[in-house]
Write a new protein. Structure first.
Length: 180
């Protein structure tokens, strides 16, 4: 199958099954990197960082990033449309049936059952990326330093209520100064 068509198909599949928002696309992207080798785990980490940093929905940003990386503007448009097309179809169907099923216990139970599954998928992908980032051969990270930094930032955020932008900036400065 043509790589471009396969890429679009993978993003249609991602758009159909990534229930729970943009972060739910991460396990699908991780699978694509393993299955097809279109990008490395380091590139996936970069994609997530860039997609989180840029304005807009993270899932769409990641789809656009992957598409552009592989096929330029044509790929960016194709992957973005591939990701959102299933959502548009599903939302249209749900909107037409909403009044009939909005009080259905079965529908509420289905959505309640999906929540832990989505959280589990996101955590599994994030742990894989976290581990590959910590133990990458190209970087000499001190795991204890990283854990200490995470704990300090968590404590500062929990008890001092410091704005997250300041904490992110502080983490970046510490990373540069101490070469973490």
């Amino acid at each position: 199958m043509n790589t471009f068509i396969l890429l679009i198909f993978e993003f249609i599949k991602t758009g159909l099954f990534a229930v729970g928002g943009g972060l739910a696309t991460i396990p699908f992207l991780n699978e694509m990197s393993i299955k097809y080798g279109w990008f490395t785990s380091d590139m996936l980490t970069t994609m997530i960082a860039v997609s989180e940093s840029t304005p807009g929905a993270i899932g769409i940003n990641m789809a656009t990033y992957v598409g552009y990386h592989m096929f330029g503007i044509k790929g960016a448009i194709g992957t973005t449309l591939g990701l959102v097309f299933p959502s548009i179809v599903v939302i249209t169907i749900i909107a037409n049936m909403m009044e009939k099923f909005q009080d259905s216990k079965l529908v509420k139970d289905i959505f309640n059952g999906l929540k832990p599954a989505v959280i589990g998928l996101i955590l599994a992908a994030c742990m894989g990326i976290f581990i590959s980032s910590l133990f990458n051969k190209d970087y000499s990270l001190k795991v204890s330093s990283v854990i200490l930094l995470i704990l300090l930032l968590f404590i500062q955020n929990k008890y001092k209520k410091i704005h997250p932008i300041f904490l992110i900036s502080l983490a970046a400065i510490i990373g540069v100064v101490f070469k973490l």
